[in-house]
Design a protein around this ligand. Structure first.
Ligand SMILES: Cc1ncc(COP(=O)(O)O)c(C=O)c1O
Length: 433
């Protein structure tokens, strides 16, 4: 009873003063007070245990409160939690840069740190613009992207999000006017059909002289629709970028660090982008941190004699605590056979979510790739109702739009995963009746 009261008090204190993501004030959506989180479980203040189906939005790949990451953070804290990167350097920043260069596809040889995924995208866009400006082609300052993409909530990032599903239509008058090709329609494992990419080629033919870069989420589009498209599309984009003298920015913020079954989704197409954005799972969900990697060609282009230095430098870039956390997270990832586990998660989700296909009144599609399981509905879901129903069943799943999806921590036990999938099947069966 005491715990229940504690949770209620916290939620009441929160209600009038704290903004939540995409919320009104006061927040009119149900929220749940969290006491602690460990492994793949979130413990609510009222004592309820929830199995985590979200990995806190793609991040907590090793679950919460992992002993080896905790130890690394505590040890780094004894040395320093932060120093500025302007004029100073330190072991965690350099070691992480070396590690990221080693881990990512070939050609990505330089690293720019920032605080969040959206800022990593801003940095990538600015790099592309500065690269062309320094190469005497200042007219190349637009971006080409594909519909249903999502790249973040800051202004540059918003300008390359889908104008409809990207959640930013309110700001359209303020945003840079970029170019949008239709969403690729050939699915990840269907037979490739070249016509899927004709519209993008057409846009390149018409506008390449004003395009700085193509930016896209490789293979998996996340928050804009949880869609898995054919790797050949990405491979062909790379070829076109070479042909039309346009840079390629791969936004691996959601897909990076194994989520799709490969360390980076670009690997499915065996391509190297010119610029790559990383965030989310970079620190295993411990803290906000991001990186933008660029090829030496881009770095040299920006830095050539007589040009301005690269015009970005966030206060907390290269934060030692965050860099150490990322290093510990990557060391952990490399220490076990996560690929086999992600494949197991994929196979199990395919099998256990398949019954949802029969709920044809409400379900339009079921798709799974790596540790991402998606059930798409015909109509937008009642998020409030569904979230509460999931919590009643002891699982943390937060649908949005028409999508009920899970992306659990890779360390989830297979019985726990079954609890997630059976909760989804059970609720959708009820909705279908
Ligand atoms: C592909 C992609 N890019 C960028 C972002 C923005 O990252 P952040 O929320 O850390 O700013 C997101 C967030 O969901 C994302 O999925």
């Amino acid at each position: 009873m005491q715990q229940y009261q504690k949770a209620k008090d916290l939620i009441n204190r929160d209600k009038d003063i704290l903004w939540h993501p995409y919320s009104t004030m006061p927040n009119n959506m149900p929220i749940f007070a969290v006491e602690s989180a460990s492994g793949s479980k979130i413990k609510l203040t009222d004592g309820t245990q929830l199995i985590d189906g979200m990995a806190s939005w793609w991040c907590a790949i090793h679950g919460y409160n992992h002993p080896s990451i905790n130890t690394a953070i505590v040890s780094q804290l004894q040395d320093m939690s932060h120093v500025m990167l302007g004029g100073l350097t330190h072991e965690p920043a350099v070691a992480l840069a070396e590690e990221l260069i080693e881990l990512t596809p070939a050609k990505l040889d330089t690293v720019f740190y920032s605080d969040s995924g959206s800022v990593a995208v801003e940095v990538a866009l600015k790099m592309a613009i500065q690269y062309w400006a320094a190469s005497d082609k200042p007219g190349k300052h637009k971006f080409l992207t594909i519909r249903n993409g999502y790249h973040g909530d800051t202004f540059g990032a918003m300008s390359v999000c889908d104008p409809v599903t990207g959640m930013h239509s309110l700001f359209s008058g303020m945003l840079a006017k970029n170019l949008f090709a239709p969403q690729p329609r050939v699915r990840f494992s269907d037979e490739w059909d070249e016509s899927d990419i004709y519209p993008l080629r057409q846009l390149l033919e018409q506008h390449h002289h004003e395009i700085a870069a193509i930016i896209l989420e490789p293979v998996v589009q996340g928050a804009g629709g949880m869609w898995f498209y054919h790797p050949q599309y990405l491979k062909t984009v790379r070829e076109y970028c070479n042909e039309y003298n346009v840079l390629l920015i791969a936004d691996e913020i959601a897909t990076g660090f194994g989520r799709t079954g490969r360390m980076f989704a670009c690997e499915y197409a065996e391509i190297s982008p010119d610029v790559m954005c990383l965030g989310k799972a970079l620190t295993g969900g411990y803290m906000s941190f991001a990186a933008t990697l660029a090829s030496s060609e881009v770095a040299d282009g920006i830095s050539q004699q007589g040009s301005m230095p690269f015009m970005h430098g966030p206060t907390f870039m290269g934060n030692p605590l965050a860099a150490t956390t990322a290093l510990a997270n990557i060391a952990l990832l490399k220490s076990w056979d996560w690929e086999t586990k992600v494949l197991q998660i994929q196979n199990q989700m395919e099998e256990e979510l398949a019954p949802c296909r029969e709920f044809t009144q409400v379900v339009s599609d079921v798709r799974v790739l790596g540790a991402i399981g998606v059930v798409e509905l015909h109509e937008p879901v009642d998020m409030e109702f569904l979230t509460q129903e999931f919590v009643k069943r002891g699982v943390w799943i937060r649908p949005f739009g028409k999508l009920v999806y899970i992306m659990p921590p890779y360390i989830i036990e297979l019985e726990e995963l079954s609890r997630l999938t059976s909760a989804i099947c059970e609720i959708l069966r009820l909705l279908n009746e």
